[in-house]
Design a protein around this ligand. Structure first.
Ligand code: MG
Length: 99
């Protein structure tokens, strides 16, 4: 686990929360991505915000996505730092001439 993963795991331990099942976390992750998409559409796209809707912050929605992603990684024994390193390596090798 990286430091953020350890921080969230300690939070779950403190509150006595279990991690959800993988498909439950995936559903939550997709839900949060949808919330981010809504903000993007309101901010940069053609969809106006309803007058009754509360303001949403981009940073908070990205945080929600990160939270859900860390939950998924922690419950599946994935080190996110290692996963990122592998993706970077893939970009520098397999995909280096792709873009
Ligand atoms: Mg959210």
């Amino acid at each position: 686990m990286n430091e953020d993963q350890k921080k969230l795991d300690a939070h779950f331990t403190k509150l006595g929360w279990p991690y959800w099942k993988p498909y439950e976390i995936l559903a939550r992750l997709v839900e949060e991505v949808g919330e981010l998409a809504r903000i993007i559409n309101h901010t940069f796209g053609p969809k106006p915000k309803k007058a009754t809707e509360e303001a949403q912050e981009l940073e908070l929605e990205v945080g929600d996505i990160y939270f859900a992603l860390i939950c998924f990684a922690n419950s599946n024994n994935i080190n996110l730092s290692d996963a990122l390193d592998k993706c970077i390596h893939k970009g520098e090798t397999r995909d280096k001439d792709r873009f």
